[in-house]
Write a protein that binds this ligand. Structure first.
Ligand code: B16
Ligand code: MG
Length: 216
C-alpha cells in the first residue's frame, strides 16, 4: 500500500450530521419527514441525487420543475453552510489527526475523495489543508459515488495505482465506490450497515496503521 484516500463527511469530521439536519428540515418543509435509517441512503450521495431520493420517498418526484429543484437544493445548501460555518479543528473526529500524522511519517500519500462541493471549505475550517497531498471534490468529477471516479482521480493525482490504495468511508455508496475503483475498503460505522467493507471500525479511534495493515 502506498496511499490512503479519505472520504470527508462522516470520516474526517461529523458534517454528515449537519447534512442530515439540513435535509431533514427541507423534507419537513415539503411534507416528507424521514428518519436516520433513510438518511443512511443519502450519505455519500450527491446533492441533486439526494434531493431526488427524498422527493421520490414522498412520491413527489414529478411535482417540481428543474429550476424549482435547483432552488430546493440551494436552500438545503445554504442551511448546511450556515450549520458548518462554526466548524473548527475541535470538530475533527477523534484519532484522525494522530492517524494522518502517523501516515505522513510512514511515507504514505494522503488524499481526499469527497462527494461534497463544500469539501475544500470544510477542510480549510478544520485546519487540515496541509495534511492532504490532494483533495478531489464533487466540483471536479462528473459521476457520483458509488461510481469510482472520485477515488480513481485521487489515486491518479497522488501518482499511485488504485490497488496500492486504502479507501476510508462511512457510507454504503462510498464503500461501493472504493471497491469499484479496485481499492481496499475501510468502513467507519455500523458493521451491520457497512457489510461490503473489507474492514470496519465502529468509530475513528480504531484507525491506526497497525490495525489496518494487519487486515490487508
Ligand atoms: P454537498 P462525502 C457527501 O460528502 C455527503 O456524505 C453527502 O451526504 C452529501 O449529500 C454530499 O457530500 C454532497 O455534499 O451538498 O456539500 O455538495 O461524505 O463524500 O465527503
Ligand atoms: Mg461520508
Amino acid at each position: 500500500m502506498k496511499a490512503f484516500i479519505f472520504d470527508l463527511d462522516g470520516v474526517i469530521t461529523d458534517s454528515a450530521e449537519y447534512h442530515y439536519l439540513a435535509w431533514k428540515a427541507l423534507g419537513e418543509d415539503l411534507g416528507i419527514p424521514f428518519d436516520r435509517e433513510f438518511n443512511e441512503t443519502l450519505k455519500g450521495v450527491s446533492r441533486t441525487e439526494s434531493l431526488e431520493r427524498i422527493l421520490s420517498l414522498g412520491g413527489r418526484e414529478q411535482d417540481f420543475s428543474l429550476e424549482e429543484k435547483e432552488q430546493l437544493a440551494t436552500k438545503k445548501n445554504e442551511h448546511y453552510v450556515s450549520l458548518i460555518s462554526k466548524i473548527t479543528s475541535e470538530d475533527i473526529l477523534p484519532g484522525i489527526e494522530v492517524f494522518l500524522q502517523e501516515l505522513k511519517r510512514a511515507g504514505y500519500k494522503i488524499g481526499m475523495a469527497s462527494a461534497s462541493k463544500n469539501a475544500y471549505m470544510v477542510t480549510k475550517q478544520l485546519g487540515l489543508l496541509d495534511a492532504f497531498d490532494h483533495i478531489v471534490d464533487a466540483a471536479t468529477v462528473a459521476e457520483s459515488k458509488p461510481h469510482p471516479e472520485v477515488f480513481l482521480k485521487a489515486a491518479m493525482a497522488l501518482g499511485v495505482e488504485p490497488k496500492e490504495c486504502v479507501g476510508v468511508e462511512d457510507a454504503v455508496a462510498g464503500v461501493e465506490a472504493i471497491h469499484a475503483a479496485g481499492m481496499f475498503a475501510v468502513g467507519i460505522g455500523d458493521p451491520a450497515v457497512l457489510t461490503e467493507a473489507d474492514l470496519v471500525f465502529t468509530d475513528t479511534t480504531g484507525l491506526t496503521l497497525d490495525n489496518v495493515l494487519a487486515r490487508i
